[in-house]
Write a new protein. Structure first.
Length: 136
């Protein structure tokens, strides 16, 4: 079978990151719910899996599983729609959010529900673990 020319290789749509962010913003203000996937609230990985699922991309349910998916992205190369991971409670990825641009990300906070926070807040800056880009 002949190799596809580079131009024929599917690329990430320019609309995909915007749609991920648009879907995620619909959930701002929802409460935190342990193991929540939307009915009564969200936990962090439940929010991410719900948003990506609505965009047509199924992801693992846990932050650890989500961290194993996609392509690693340097902190300087974040684009809207990338997943950002933090080591908050246990070693490894224990918190995840969706990067929205300008150093901000949407996530399900235990104390505040679904909110936008800055990666540069001391709490998150000190616990930043990495980012992943998920193909759509």
């Amino acid at each position: 079978m002949p190799e596809l020319p580079k131009a024929a290789v599917p690329q990430r749509s320019a609309l995909a990151p915007a749609s991920i962010v648009r879907i995620a913003t619909r959930y701002l203000g929802r409460p935190y719910q342990p193991s929540g996937t939307g009915l009564n609230g969200f936990d962090c990985s439940g929010l991410v899996s719900r948003v990506y699922g609505e965009a047509g991309r199924m992801l693992p349910r846990t932050s650890y599983g989500q961290y194993q998916t996609g392509t690693p992205v340097s902190r300087a190369a974040h684009v809207p729609g990338d997943l950002v991971f933090f080591q908050t409670t246990d070693p490894g990825p224990s918190h995840v959010g969706i990067y929205v641009g300008n150093g901000q990300f949407i996530h399900a906070s235990y104390s505040r529900g679904v909110v936008v926070s800055s990666i540069d807040e001391p709490y998150f800056r000190d616990r930043y673990l990495g980012a992943r880009r998920i193909p759509l």
